[in-house]
Design a binder for this molecule. Sequence first.
Ligand SMILES: [Zn+2]
Length: 181
Amino acid sequence: MTQNPAKAENKKIDNEWNTKLESVADTEAAEVRTSTIAGTGVFAKRHINRDEVILPLTGLRLHESEISEVNRSLSLLQVEEDEYLMATGTIDDFLNHSCDPNLAFTPDGQSFFALRDIEKDEELCWDYSTCENDGEWSMDCLCGTAACRGKVTGFPNLDAATRKRLLPIAQPYLRRLYGNA
Ligand SMILES: [Zn+2]
């Protein structure tokens, strides 16, 4: 039986990537630092203008069937109904969630852009509900913003007003699925 190349690659995943902060490459606009929200986070190294594209979305693209139980506990970012980007320790993997984010997906779903002007040293965050379609998934939110929903859930579990607000900045497959909702 021939082995699926993506599966072979999956075995080489470094499950300790999230502890190796010193090996994370900064970009011209962003760097990983200790965060007040969740241990580590990504911060602006300079003023960022609204609409600037800041970071590409990276990771190992895997079909649902290729994700092991071990890897399921790590960061997965859903990009299709049955496909995920698995975190591999690049800077975008350290972005925290916020219910009042300053970053969002570009229309093609491939990068993060600034939703508003961002000051130097501000933490860069996006809304995790804008990629997740799992109706069972949730996590307690510690973002502390006035807009905090308390729990971060998959897109199907958002209230109608929040769905409508987040749909334009959600992953393209969610816009396709919920476009008329
Ligand atoms: Zn929150």
